[in-house]
Design a protein around this ligand. Structure first.
Ligand code: MN
Length: 134
């Protein structure tokens, strides 16, 4: 791995944040956390993560609205946004893609599968590899 990859995890539930952060740190990622949309926007003023993991169900601004907003930020053109949602049966998959997410990971996460699910989205933009369509 060429340098440390940074992942921003936007999630209002502290237990979920702790679990995901632990897994990602074991995998060698640098982890930024935000507990709501306002904190995420604040973090993104000074940092451009390699991947954003986005909880959908959050108070105030939900993950769909925040994703749509982040997709207007050209600094984040190369940053995949992946929805974390428990509601895949209610059309959340489609809604997350419509909002500008690059994919989704179902909650509760599978601790064994999760590192590979994350790696899949990071490998799309591995350094030196041209991004399709650009
Ligand atoms: Mn939530």
């Amino acid at each position: 791995m060429d340098g440390e990859l940074t992942i921003l995890y936007v999630e209002d539930n502290p237990d979920n944040r702790l679990l995901v952060k632990r897994i990602l740190m074991v995998e060698g990622y640098r982890v930024l956390e935000a507990e709501d949309a306002a904190e995420a926007l604040s973090v993104l003023e000074s940092q451009v993560p390699d991947l954003i993991l986005m909880d959908i169900n959050m108070p105030d601004i939900d993950g769909y609205a925040l994703t749509a907003r982040l997709r207007q930020n050209h600094n984040l053109n190369g940053t995949p946004i992946v929805a974390l949602t428990a509601n895949v049966m209610r059309g959340d998959r489609e809604r997350s893609l419509e909002a500008g997410c690059d994919g989704y990971i179902q909650k509760p996460i599978d601790v064994d599968l999760f590192p590979r699910q994350v790696q899949k989205y990071l490998s799309v933009i591995s350094p030196g590899e041209p991004i399709r369509g650009q």
